[in-house]
Design a protein around this ligand. Sequence first.
Ligand code: CAA
Ligand code: NAD
Length: 286
Amino acid sequence: MAIRKVGVVGLGLMGSGIAQVCAQAGLPTLAREVDQALVDKGLGRIKKFLDDGVAKGKVEAAVRDTTLKNLTGTTKVEDLADCDLVIEAIVENLDAKHALFASLDKVSKPDTIYASNTSSLSVTEMAAGTQRPGRFVGLHFFNPVPLMKLVEVVSTIVTEPAVLTEVKSFAAAIGKTPVSTGDTTGFVVNRLLVPYLLDAIRMLEGGVATREDIDNAMKLGCGYPMGPLTLLDFVGLDTTYYIANIMFDEFKEPNFAPPPLLKRMVLAGHHGRKSGRGFYDYSQKS
Ligand code: CAA
Ligand code: NAD
């Protein structure tokens, strides 16, 4: 089976990037959000990224135009019925993901492959809630999706080998480098990255250094492109908080526990760049 049409569910930070790279690779791509305003916002984010790419000389105008032609938005799950692959990128919450896959399962073709972009939830648990556990994988993309080369391809003990082969070819076809991992919480990258990010918050909380000094130390001392507090704002503090809770619940190790400051910032609506405020203030920036 070849993947000819892709469905993406959720057009937030990640879903919009995933939909963009699929459409940019020439695949008709249908993206579902919960309401029309969010469909428009997600498609607008993609258009802006492509327009910026054209302005920077990184994307040809013709590529931008074809990408946008390959993209359609919808609010209806039923419209995804004829997609060969559906990639889920909604909120990091197991109940929400279960509910979505249950509704998809009623309309999808029997051979449609489901993929979750989850950062930390169990792919096996999501797969087991569907009628097609053998045709379910994790496809964990990285933010910002159009620029980050990696995709973690997560298989479970029931994933059909042919499905795994198919999704790895798909990952390569959309310009990503696949790395295979088993279904362990956080896979490879977040198992290493999340404790580091949470420790940076603990360091700020404990008064070890200022936010700027923590960020500069890691940028200038280790050559990281962003300091950890800037990266947290970029990923989203709400999403990081959900991930930390899930990872702590799984491993019961203190380095995965969300620091109180993170919890309070999320409660206060400081979700990072996307809400205009996180560890830094983005309210004046475009
Ligand atoms: N279209 C096309 N290309 C673009 C572009 C656009 N709209 N915007 C930027 N680019 C290109 C630039 O031209 C540049 O290309 P060259 O290297 O060839 O010159 C490149 O992308 C980098 O762009 P910038 O120079 O504008 O920006 P930067 O150097 O500040 O890099 C960044 C931005 C790539 C985001 C970099 O800061 C970075 O890598 N940050 C770390 C990101 C990271 O760690 N992501 C993972 C998060 S964790 C995760 O995702 C998992 C999870 O589950 C939470
Ligand atoms: P986000 O909050 O930016 O976007 C989530 C979007 O999903 C929202 O726009 C919301 O309206 C939409 N949504 C919720 N329920 C929906 C449904 N039933 N149908 C359609 N749309 C629905 O979140 P995000 O940062 O894009 O994260 C999405 C997923 O990707 C999460 O599982 C997260 O763990 C994972 N992830 C995030 C990052 C990151 O850096 N933010 C990186 C890799 C993976």
